[in-house]
Design a protein around this ligand. Structure first.
Ligand code: GRF
Length: 193
């Protein structure tokens, strides 16, 4: 389990691919007194990711690694994490799968957020599949990352009710609001706060 030492916050990197609304909520959380983490690096596999603007806005170091050559990008990533004394990784809408070799090096220190009630609806197009199956509830999950997609130990989940007129867009929006609250809560939980 990850622990913060003394008054020092655990130095954390956030990996993104897109809008970065979870990154934004994590940055805001990290600046509160109760947060056991600080956000010290943002990595994106996509140079056009909107989330990179939050790194700029909050003066957080950032780097684009395209992951076209996974091995090479992961080597660069490891070196960045080491040089910057990063001890925890939060995946937040990061659309690449990390190798087992990489995960082993950060065992128990990589978290992910997924917009479904895992173990149901792992992978992509979550909301579409949920609606097609006429589910009454969906939600979001924060979990540890292991070698299998969206399969690591669950830390926290939040359930949301699906309305009769729900669309993919409305469901995604509804769940995202909960994601922004759930990720910080899950971090507090693993630090035993
Ligand atoms: C979130 O729904 C997250 O759960 C999923 O991708 C989305 C990313 O949104 N993995 P954002 O980039 O944090 O706004």
């Amino acid at each position: 389990m990850v622990r913060s030492t003394g008054y020092n916050k655990t130095r954390t990197a956030v990996l993104i691919s897109g809008t970065g609304s979870n990154l934004k909520s994590l940055i805001k959380f990290s600046k509160t007194i109760k947060s056991p983490i600080s956000i010290d690096f943002v990595i994106s596999n996509n140079s056009k990711a909107g989330g990179l603007n939050y790194a700029k806005k909050f003066k957080i170091k950032k780097k684009v690694l395209n992951f076209k050559n996974k091995n090479l990008s992961e080597k660069k990533l490891l070196s960045i994490l080491k040089i910057n004394n990063i001890d925890m990784i939060c995946l937040a809408g990061f659309m690449k799968i990390l190798s087992l070799n990489f995960i082993k090096k950060f065992k128990g220190k990589i978290l992910n957020i997924h917009p479904s009630l895992l173990p149901k609806y792992k992978g992509l197009n979550t909301h579409k599949r949920v609606l097609n199956n006429k589910e009454k509830y969906s939600g979001c999950t924060v979990h540890f990352v292991n070698s299998k997609l969206d399969s690591g130990k669950i830390i926290l989940q939040k359930k949301v009710k699906i309305s009769k007129k729900e669309t993919e867009t409305s469901l995604a929006k509804k769940i995202l609001v909960q994601e922004h609250k759930l990720y910080p809560k899950a971090i507090l939980k693993i630090f035993n706060y």
